[in-house]
Design a protein around this ligand. Sequence first.
Ligand code: PGA
Length: 255
Amino acid sequence: MRVPFIAGNWKMNTTVDEAVKLVSEMHPGLEKITSVDKVVCPPFVSLAAVKELIKGSSTKLGAQNLYFAEKGAYTGEISPLMLADLCQFVIIGHSERRQYFGEAGEIISKKVQAALRVKLIPILCVGEKLEENEAGRTREVVAEQLRSSLAGINEADGLIIAYEPIWAIGTGKAATGEQANETIGFIRQSITKLYSDSIAQNIRILYGGSVNSANVTEFISQPEIDGALVGGASLKADEFVGIVKQTAEIKSITK
Ligand code: PGA
């Protein structure tokens, strides 16, 4: 049985004080829900402060990126070792990293490997652009992203994948539950081909792109969708708690 998983990607939002305030507001609500894995991913500079606040609780912490080298002359970068002390998860290959910072296959695969080496769990993001979707190329694009991002990775156990169609991110235009379920089912089949059926059955695959408390049930009620990677709506405590709560309710009914 795959435990439902909801992660909040705060992106480049919140100062340290704002991050502390936001997590203090959502934490009591999150702690009441134990049947869902809950992760918040604030900016790097707030990880230490948020870690203190949620210490010993069931809410976990993630980073939004990392560099693959352990240490050295890489001005401005953050290494896997630095993060391993602070958090349990790390988002890798987010479409904004691909789009604005030129990240692609090989770099992403190195980042996934670097995270796994220090026992950080990668949340690997894949997803197609609008024009690729309209040209009917979604499967081809997603399959290629998976193949290149996972090249050289023998152990995919524990990895989390987020399917985030780029046209649905931050646009308010979410995919439909059926569309997302279909592509996520395809991702699971691809994992079977790359690894094994048992790994594919255990791996958690999330939907991301304009998820909020008003539309989350549409996604979560789909059999292939194990949770959500939430951007904008994770910056509001009541929204994020509402998303986690509805996920717990729906997944307990559909078990
Ligand atoms: P959004 O972002 O929920 O604001 O669309 C999702 C994401 O980029 O992870």
